[in-house]
Design a protein around this ligand. Sequence first.
Ligand SMILES: [Zn+2]
Length: 144
Amino acid sequence: MTAARKRAPSLPSKLYVGTYEFPLKVVPATAPELDDADGMCNTDEAARCIYISALLDTRKRLEIVYHEITHALNFVHDIDEDKVPIEEELISTKHGVAWSQFYLDNPRFVLWLVHTLARIRREQRLGEDEAIAVATPEIKGTDA
Ligand SMILES: [Zn+2]
């Protein structure tokens, strides 16, 4: 009997940001909630949600997920450019609190993150191996 292949961790369908809950939805690229963007963070109480376009590769999805979560953290932790002046040191302090709490509160997100980073690194390694093979064809197949 062979071991069942483990399913890759998926993006959680809900994120806990401070005392708020943000549903997270991967939607078609044409979904009106995206407003022609790759992602969207709606902080309105009645419509609170993070939307991610389904039409992104692994690397871009990671980038957009972080972008939208940062909006949610900024909302919850009151990091607001309209309340200038806000000093970089204060933003960094707030982000330190916000991200450490976010990771503690969202273990399924951390699983997804670790899996996603490993997948991107694996793809990068495969790309490098192909590039090396193309650049140095004379090395291929020899036993030096
Ligand atoms: Zn944005």
